[in-house]
Ligand binder design. Structure first.
Ligand code: DGJ
Length: 732
């Protein structure tokens, strides 16, 4: 049993294989946090709630109530009543006052997990997950609050979400609704977040926690290039192999806040939810608000274990696509090959050459519709430009199929160019503030997806094209952040619902897409990787990781992305050099090894690249065919980080049964010291013998992990090697 309630001590206990989460009830019905950490196997008590500690006693006459509230470890703190740390829920009543207080009413424990209305969320069958729902009430506001916890035993994951229902008559304003809170004692925590910029997404950043609040957030309408809906608190000295890690990741693709706060009493409050900035939801009589899901991972065995918990969880319980366990076709995308300058003949020439090298799909990127020959027009006019696509789309797709390749296509359905037929007809469909000229970004505005007719129009544009030809793949792009928040559809009172309604509209459109086209391979994208989050993974099994395709820059980007997300989800391509983002020249072989850690594909004009590079493609596509399953399904181990050592990167993927391990090594900068480098591997079975493929050498797993492996010195910068170890025998 993963979840149970112990009546005597009034404790809810949630167990996963390696972690335990304890929730306690006080005599007044406050729901408090007792413990989250290593799995407990014996009886527990609730003394960590510290109800007896003077002067913080919640006495019956409520004499010490404010002092109590400001120190008590709350499962879900509410604002306005005396807990001055960050609250998770702020409700304003019709008189204009903000304050709410909830007490326990009842609970329900059941096997399985219910879906969240209109939102992406994890799923699992009755053998895989159990759920606890704690019902609480504020009788003054006549509002109920349900705290939902699901325990995924095998993956060591607890998910949380909340829903709020208005049973009274007044319209309430939800000014803040977060999804999860963890109140803990400080253990000299350090905080890890992922930050970045366009072409530099998800860099791992770590610093000591200081008093007060420190956060990562987005107010850009998407999860963003700059910050990421992820936060981990770790004990000092935590590395890949050891240390305590408390991590949260948010299943949401819009504005978020991930915050840690060190309080006056050395307790830490960690929260995750929709960013309160420019958020206010009107909760009318009888209505329910469902907040998105937060994913919590505790690891007592360092960051590597945390990573593998997230990977398994997203692969087993978030990604729904039929491609999840299937080989993804090796695609060639024409963006960096041609940008907007292409036509049918050019694409077919690329397809013919690609076919010869073992590539399996051609993806036509931006520029095939309306009058779009640059990025300054036509978004919204999704009709094929037959001046470029001579003979029409179906003809092109049929020709590509006849060559023996599948066909994929790019869309940016959420956008509208000021220079478009759509904008001339429906300027009110763009998000903008009346009487104020909206800010353009990449010469475009954002469509108001809170408006059902806009969702329907944009969806139909995509669906009509997909119905017209044999299209196997869609790249769904989004190239600007939201600004000038104004909707001509929403009334005055509801304007601050726009950010969230936008995200709900997007989810509704993608849900329709995967329902109508269940076999479509969908790849999400946002100016590279600005919307690489678990919410989007619910719809697409892969997401374009970054517009920076340089093999060296990709090391840090992919390390940060793979810190939480499985390799099977990371869109990664081999591109031409000098690299278009940074101008660097790297060996073609290295570019292949780095892209192999993701979905693998090409983004270059194969008819123009040097012959020696072209000659290497058949070997690379063969390499992908050999390793795709291991990389997609295996366990990922981060062995060394160029980000930390300024010299080299190394990671491994081990089969679940440890029968084979693929190690990738990239030497970024060569040194005059030509000595081999000792590297301690991870991921092997220490009681087994492995043969290094291509040699006659055998090594025990124990030796590779404890004594290390001597990595040969490579001559030249940006050089890489793959080492494939295959288990040959086990010791007994
Ligand atoms: C941004 C994407 O990340 C690129 O790969 C490309 O599709 C362009 N948009 C097209 O405009």
């Amino acid at each position: 049993m993963a979840i149970y309630y112990e009546e005597k001590n009034k404790i809810f206990r949630l167990d996963t294989k390696k972690s335990t989460y304890l929730i306690g009830l006080t005599p007044e019905g406050y729901v408090g946090h007792i413990y989250y950490g290593d799995r407990l196997f014996h009886d527990v008590d609730s003394c960590l709630l510290r109800m007896e500690e003077a002067p913080f006693t919640p006495s019956v006459n409520k004499r010490e109530k404010s002092a109590f509230l400001d120190a008590f470890p709350m499962e879900y703190p509410t604002g306005g009543i005396g807990d001055y740390r960050e609250s998770c829920l702020n409700i304003r009543n019709e008189q204009g006052c903000m304050g709410s207080e909830f007490h326990y009413v009842s609970h329900e424990i059941y096997k399985g997990k219910r879906a969240l209305e209109g939102l992406p969320a994890s799923f699992g069958n009755e053998d895989e997950v159990e759920t606890l729902e704690i019902l609480m009430e504020d009788p003054v506001l006549e509002v109920s609050l349900v705290l939902c916890y699901s325990a995924f035993e095998k993956e060591n994951v607890i998910t949380r979400n909340v829903r709020i229902c208005n049973h009274g008559k007044q319209t309430l304003k939800l000014e803040k609704v977060y999804s999860a809170c963890l109140d803990m004692d400080n253990e000299e925590f350090e905080m890890i977040t992922l930050c970045g910029s366009w072409a530099r997404e998800r860099r791992i950043q770590r610093h000591e926690l200081h008093y007060g609040k420190q956060s990562a957030s987005s107010a850009k309408g998407e999860s963003s290039h700059q910050e990421h809906p992820f936060l981990a608190l770790v004990t000092p000295g935590t590395n890949q192999l050891q240390g305590k890690v408390y991590a949260m990741n948010f299943v949401y693709s819009g504005n978020f806040l991930a915050q840690a706060e060190l309080s006056q009493f050395d307790s830490v409050r960690m929260v995750m939810g929709i960013n309160r900035e420019e958020f206010c939801w009107n909760l009318r009589k009888g209505e329910t608000f469902q907040a998105p899901e937060a994913v919590l991972v505790y690891s007592g065995e360092g960051l590597g274990e945390m990573t593998r918990s997230f990977h398994d969880f997203y692969r087993n319980h978030m990604i729904r696509s039929p491609y999840l366990h299937k080989k993804r076709p090796i695609l060639i995308n024409n963006w960096e090959a041609t940008y907007f300058d292409f036509d049918t003949d050019k694409l077919l020439a690329i397809a013919r050459e690609a076919k010869k090298s073992g590539i399996e799909m051609l993806v036509m990127d931006d520029g095939w519709f309306g009058e779009r020959n640059l990025d300054n027009s036509s978004l919204g006019d999704w009709t094929v430009n037959e001046k470029k696509i001579k003979g029409g789309l179906k003809h092109l797709v049929d020709e590509v199929n006849a060559i023996g390749l599948e066909f994929g296509i790019w869309f940016e359905p959420e956008m509208i160019s000021p220079d478009s037929e759509l904008y001339r007809k429906h300027p009110e469909w763009a998000i903008q503030i009346p009487s104020r000229e909206a800010t353009q970004s990449r010469c475009q505005y954002v469509l108001d997806l809170s408006r059902p007719e806009v969702q329907d129009y944009a969806y139909e544009c995509v669906a009509k094209i997909l119905r017209s030809a044999n299209i196997a793949y869609v790249k769904w792009d989004m190239n600007r952040q939201l600004s000038d928040l104004g909707s001509s559809w929403l009334d005055r009172e509801s304007q601050q619902e726009l950010f969230h309604r936008y995200v709900l509209g997007l989810y509704r459109m993608q849900e329709r897409l995967v329902t109508e086209f269940p076999n479509l391979l969908l790849e999400n994208c946002s100016g590279g990787g600005a919307r690489f989050d678990p919410g989007m993974l619910y719809y697409s099994p892969q997401i374009w990781c970054s517009d920076d395709t340089d093999a060296v820059e990709r090391l840090a980007i992919q390390e940060g992305t793979a810190f939480i997300y499985p390799l099977s989800a990371m869109g990664a391509h081999v591109s031409d050099c000098p690299n278009h983002a940074v101008g660097r020249v790297t060996p073609f072989e290295t570019r292949g090894h780095v892209a192999l850690a993701g979905t693998f594909g090409y983004e270059l004009d194969i008819t123009k690249i040097p012959q020696e590079d072209r000659d290497m493609i058949p070997r690379q596509t063969e390499m992908y065919h050999k390793y795709h399953e291991l990389i997609r399904e295996g366990d990922y181990y981060r062995i060394a980080s160029y980000r930390e050592n300024n010299s080299y990167d190394c990671w491994a993927v081990a089969a679940k049964d440890k029968s084979e391990v693929l190690v990738t090594y990239v030497q970024v900068l060569a040194g005059a010291n030509r000595h081999s480098r000792k590297i301690y591997f991870q991921g092997f079975d220490s009681n087994a013998l492995y043969r290094l493929e291509g040699t006659k050498k055998t090594y025990s797993g124990e030796r590779l992990m404890k004594m290390g492996f001597l990595m040969e010195a490579l001559t030249g910068d940006f050089r890489s090697r793959l080492y494939h170890f295959v288990k040959t025998e086990e010791y007994h």
